[in-house]
Write a protein that binds this ligand. Structure first.
Ligand code: PLP
Length: 405
């Protein structure tokens, strides 16, 4: 892997000073910073070949359409999906999950059917299913978690019945960093012929993802969490389901022909891509994937594991700090509370010290409540973070504690 000093030079924002301090950015689970090559790739679209995709016979439209479809191919290859037709462009994980919840719901769900999620989920993998259940008269079942923040497999197995029509589960908890054994979860559901959706919003940042190895039927993620532009999302769907599911948005590009009597929908993946997409964003996302691959996903994961171990050791050595979420398999996300100090107060003081962390329920309110908390402080690290930054965080936490005690 490239030297960390060189890596950090790739990210303009990491060089910036705010209030005379170089920012320590530990909010990578919310969004990641962008390497210069991604910023330039988006800039280049607008400067050199901007036009709408798939719409014109002119040279600019051809150029941008080709770059856009190349990005689709890069994404297919990155997650090892077998077909380009199974890669649908959306605006983010939330949009991807909503698309499945609507469209799968319309096609397959009847009153009395059940959808299984887990207690680890982000609101984006809870609310769309609740909405679907309400629309279709179905019921939501929830896999419970242990105090360590791991799903309880025996309970999951018991929830799987002939009523279950879909399992929708996160690959990695954004609030605690727990890695869910998604391959096992998928295999158990498949034994009963039940399809599985994996929310990969966090998993894609830290884990080498191979759709075919996981075996899932849907996989969703957001470009902005893997160093790409905001407003780009991916929905991978197994062709046999996507063929049968109705489109969830109607409009331009998702049709073959339109008359007032009848509209014929386009082939995959366009059937699910109505309207002008964020084409500069997807071209930028393709560049982000090149960048990640140049660094090497395995090296990225290994570096992040070392950072996680270092941070866990540093933070657990501080009196009054309690780490929340101790799953055996974790990514570089550390949630913690400081005894007697509200997480917002701690977060605000850390911010004044130039350290960006997230505080609150992390859009996972049912999980935080299950753990008997109001919220946590979350430091989410990625490969461009350093041991020195972790030292700065540990020192910052000590300062916070000294201010209150
Ligand atoms: N799912 C998980 C596990 C997440 O962490 C997030 C964002 O933090 C989302 C879904 C929603 O992603 P987005 O806001 O990019 O749609």
């Amino acid at each position: 892997m490239k030297d960390i000093i060189e890596i950090r030079k790739d990210f303009p924002l990491l060089q910036k000073e705010i209030g005379g301090r170089r920012i320590v950015y530990f909010d990578n689970a919310a969004t990641t910073q962008k390497p210069i090559c991604v910023i330039e790739a988006v800039d280049e679209v607008y400067r050199s070949y901007n036009a709408n995709v798939h719409r014109g016979v002119h040279v600019l439209s051809d150029m941008v359409s080709e770059a856009y479809e190349n990005a689709r191919e890069k994404i297919r290859d990155f997650i090892n999906a077998s077909k380009k037709e199974e890669i649908i462009f959306t605006s983010g994980t939330t949009a991807s999950i909503n698309a499945v919840a609507f469209s799968f719901g319309e096609r397959y769900i009847k009153p009395g059917d059940e959808i299984i999620i887990s207690n680890l989920e982000h609101h984006s993998n809870i609310v769309p299913w609740q909405m679907m259940c309400e629309r279709k008269g179905a019921r939501l079942k929830v896999i419970p978690v242990t105090d360590r923040g791991e799903i309880i497999m025996e309970k999951y197995v018991k929830l799987l019945t002939e009523k279950t029509k879909l399992v929708a589960i996160t690959q990695v908890s954004n609030a605690l960093g727990t890695i869910v054994p998604v391959k096992e979860v998928t295999a158990l559901a498949h034994q009963l012929g039940i399809p599985v959706l994996i929310d990969g919003a966090q998993g894609i940042q830290h884990c080498q993802v191979d759709i075919q190895e996981i075996g899932c039927d849907f996989y969703t993620f957001s470009g902005h969490k893997i160093y790409g532009p905001a407003g780009t999302g991916i929905l991978y769907g197994r062709e046999k389901y996507l063929e049968e599911m109705p489109p969830w948005h109607g409009g331009g590009d998702m049709i073959k022909s339109v008359s007032f009597e009848k509209t014929v929908y386009n082939d995959l993946p366009f059937k699910f891509e109505a309207g002008t997409p964020n084409y500069p964003g997807f071209i930028g996302l393709g560049r982000a994937i090149d960048y990640i691959r140049e660094l090497g996903m395995e090296d990225i994961s290994n570096r992040e594991k070392r950072l996680l171990d270092y941070a866990t050791e540093k933070l657990s050595g501080i009196d009054r700090v309690k780490i929340i979420g101790n799953a055996a398999e974790k990514v570089s996300v550390i949630s913690f509370v400081i005894e007697g100090i509200h997480q917002y107060d701690a977060g605000m003081i850390l911010d004044k010290l130039g350290i960006a962390v997230r505080t609150g329920n992390h859009c996972a309110q049912p999980l935080i409540e299950r753990l008997g908390l109001e919220g946590t402080i979350r430091a989410s690290l990625c490969f461009y973070n350093t041991e020195e930054e972790i030292d700065t965080l540990a020192e910052g936490i000590r300062k916070v504690i000294r201010m209150f005690y």
